[in-house]
Design a protein around this ligand. Sequence first.
Ligand SMILES: [Zn+2]
Length: 303
Amino acid sequence: MLFDWWWLRSPGKYSNSAAGVDNNGSLISTSYGYNQNSWYVDGKGGVRPALWLDIKSLIHNDSASYAEWVERCKHIAEKNKLVAEEERKLRKYHEADRKLSAKDYFGALKIFKKLDDYGDASSRVDEVQKQIIKAQELKLWEEREKEKKRIKADQERIAWKEYEREKQREAEEAYKLNKYQSAIKMLESKDYEAAYKEFIALGSYRDAAAIARTAKKEQLVEEQRQAEEKRKAEEKRKAEKMRRAEAQRQAEEKRRAEAQRQAEDIRRAEAQSKMWQMQGLCKYCGGKLSVFGKKCKICGKQN
Ligand SMILES: [Zn+2]
């Protein structure tokens, strides 16, 4: 069976392919794109064994064909060197492809640039450069999208916070309004001290500060009024007490004077009666008495 190519030990483009050498001595691999099946490991090709031969041990130095052998060996060595170089380049080419698969664009680009004169390496350079630009653009686009999302989330968070603050403000407003209204009621019921405390606690809410001042003034006025009222009541109470004491004193005096007067009247009447008795008249009325029986001719009383 004849084959027009042979296997090399170097790997091919894919894990199940290998490099080979074709019948004109150039390197072939699946990366070259023609008749690809030939170079998968189940393809049919020749195998060139690698041998180390000591030519000198086979042919005598003085043999006529010796020079010819040396020339041929030189030629083969030259060819082998070229093939080895081609193989090295192919390995590099595949390495660049692997880097590309792993998205190491710059690593691949560096290799393809070095391989410039090899195969389609120069067009691969353009391709990778385009991919780099695309990848960078994609990255930029992704970053922009991410940024947009972040901004949107931030805005939502800010809006939510604002909403919560608004709710809190409303609750505070309702609470303060309630306090304010109850303080107004305190003011109306003249509980100035409590009202003052409430309005002070309300701080800068509406006209609370002004009302607090008014409440304080009203409180002072009220306190003064109450003190005045108390003082007047006390005065009145004292005056009443004095008036009562005076009336009692006067009544006592009057009673005493009356008693004195009565005593004087009795004393005077007794003196008169004595005088009348001494003059032999009626001791009751000073009337003349009858000679017999000592009976008053005026009042008729028995003396
Ligand atoms: Zn008499």
